[in-house]
Design a protein around this ligand. Structure first.
Ligand code: ADP
Length: 503
């Protein structure tokens, strides 16, 4: 199995539940491939371990084949065989684990949302470590992500390190502290963890509910803990931590926030095949052509070419500020703009509410609500819109504001989490002028959002030259993974150096 690592490069393994484009639910998937590719480019040996889901996009894997080895892993008192598949995704080597377990853990036609998710990912975490242990790879960094693979940290230090498999250091990234993998304490035993040892205040016991909490376990047991923006890293040390604030404060020396990048190959208006016309910062005619074409396609009024188009692309969940999204639609109508929403909701009453709003505006030729998930259409909306709304209640990083800027759509966002680290108000004189790239507001209410929208509309309508320069500036900002990957590289290297010094 083993590929030789380069002498100076690190051998880095990501263990995760998602990876774009082969198994994508949300932002986590983009991080695994984006960060993985950037680290590989820097000369490191990066490999990924994923479950072999029945519903994954096999056509996105090159050379998918089953290996001639069987890895046995522990679960609930027995050993089970695992088929190991390999292939490359976006140029990255990936191992897919297919459990030969009667519960058919990854044969469920969906990634998450099963009654036994806790067991499914406990099983996967154990099997992934077993694969690494048996392969005898000399690994420098094992990087696990979110609660689904947070089991890896305590498993590594409690069950594997004393078998001599201890060259690696563990990095854990939490992409959203809303999801922590809490469960009754005895459930932890399924993957071979010692409940007696771990159900303790200073280890894996949940800080408020007397259960065990897997994300807490990863905070305690990892060498490095990260989250996806510096501001969110501050927020989760208080209320944003959803009960884990004290654990994060206690371990704050190993905890850091690093802003995600975006995949600038996927999100590139000058090569994007989903667009009617490709364009770049020096050719905004192309952007205007996409706007005209989208208006036609969606039956929006095209009498006034310079009427501003406001876009919003999002999961419609409370985190995203649904009441403010609704307000932005009405406010846009009042200000004489056009609004296009692309969003779908897993929450039935929110989906119904937006279906109601869509009906209300059915005969209005300035407002369109498209209540579905559509990747291709999302590219076109980024390209067609002049402004882009992200009024989140909290936002660990957020990718849509960065994608919007790359496509020349000026963001209007609430100052929270990663939005606060990537969007800087055009009128804020305390910020260097060259950094100011959008419009922000603080209070999560309609008045604050209205204020930011009015300021944006004002520039757009009254100072077209200033607006054009803002659009061009936003399109030229570097949101690639390069600088974030350097920060990960740096913390990996320091952890590895400490490990070598200790040995
Ligand atoms: P989250 O991971 O919380 O959903 P992010 O901003 O990190 O939010 O990532 C959202 C990603 O999903 C972006 O790439 C965005 O374009 C995409 N997306 C969200 N909703 C839709 C939709 N309805 N149709 C197509 N793409 C969507």
């Amino acid at each position: 199995i083993t590929l030789p690592g380069t002498s100076s490069g690190l051998h880095i393994i990501h263990i995760a539940a998602e990876m774009a484009p082969v198994a994508k639910v949300g932002g986590l998937a983009d991080v695994i491939s984006g960060l993985g590719k950037a680290l590989q480019k820097k000369g490191h040996l990066v490999e990924i371990i994923l479950p072999k889901y029945d519903c994954m996009q096999n056509d996105q894997v090159n050379n998918l084949k089953v290996l001639d080895v069987v890895v046995q892993s522990y679960f609930e008192g027995n050993l089970f065989n695992n088929k190991i598949w390999t292939g490359t995704v976006e140029g990255l080597p990936v191992y897919f684990i297919e459990p030969q377990h009667p519960a058919k853990f990854f044969w469920r036609a969906q990634y998450y949302g099963e009654h036994d998710d806790f067991k499914r990912f406990a099983y996967f975490s154990r099997a992934a470590l077993e694969l690494l242990y048996q392969s005898q790879k000399k690994i420098d960094i094992i990087h696990c992500h979110d609660w689904q693979t947070a089991f890896v940290a305590p498993l590594y230090w409690e069950a594997y390190a004393n078998l001599g498999f201890n060259s690696a250091r563990i990095c854990f990234t939490c992409h959203n502290f809303e999801y922590q993998g809490a469960a009754p304490a005895q459930d932890l035993a399924c993957c071979g963890l010692d409940v007696q040892q771990l159900d303790r205040e200073d280890r894996m016991r949940d800080n408020s509910h007397g259960r065990i909490n897997v994300v807490k376990g990863a905070i305690v047991y990892s060498n490095i803990v990260t989250t996806v923006s510096p501001t969110y890293a501050l927020e989760v040390r208080s209320e944003g931590g959803r009960g884990l604030q004290d654990s994060l404060k206690l371990h704050s020396r190993k905890f850091v926030g690093i802003l995600n990048g975006i995949d600038t190959d996927t999100w590139n208006p000058s090569t994007d095949r989903h667009l009617k016309v490709q364009y770049n910062a020096n050719d905004l005619q192309g952007k205007a052509a996409n706007k005209a074409a989208l208006r036609k396609q969606l039956n929006l009024s095209s009498t006034n070419a310079s009427q501003p188009l406001v876009g919003c692309i999002t999961r419609l969940v409370p985190q995203k500020g649904v009441h403010l999204i609704r307000h932005a639609i009405y406010k846009t109508a009042e200000l004489g703009g056009q609004f296009v929403l692309l969003g779908s909701s897993p929450v039935p009453h929110i989906q119904r509410e937006f279906e109601g709003i869509a009906d209300h505006f059915q005969n209005n030729n300035n407002i369109r609500l498209l209540l579905k998930y559509d990747d291709s259409l999302s590219h076109w909306i980024y390209a067609a819109s002049d402004m882009f709304i992200v009024p989140s209640m909290f936002e660990p990083c957020g990718l849509t504001q960065m994608i919007a800027m790359r496509y020349g759509s000026v963001p209007i966002v609430r100052k929270t989490g990663g939005l606060n680290d990537s969007v800087f108000d055009f009128d804020d004189e305390t910020i260097p002028k060259e950094l100011r790239n959008g419009f922000t507001f603080v209070h999560p209410d309609e008045k604050a959002l209205s204020g930011a929208m009015e300021r944006a509309f004002n520039y757009y309508n009254r100072k077209p030259e200033v607006w054009k320069q803002l659009v061009q500036k936003d399109m030229r900002i570097d949101f690639s993974w390069a600088s974030s990957a350097s920060q990960y590289e740096d913390i990996y290297q320091r952890a590895v150096a400490r490990a070598r010094a200790a040995a």
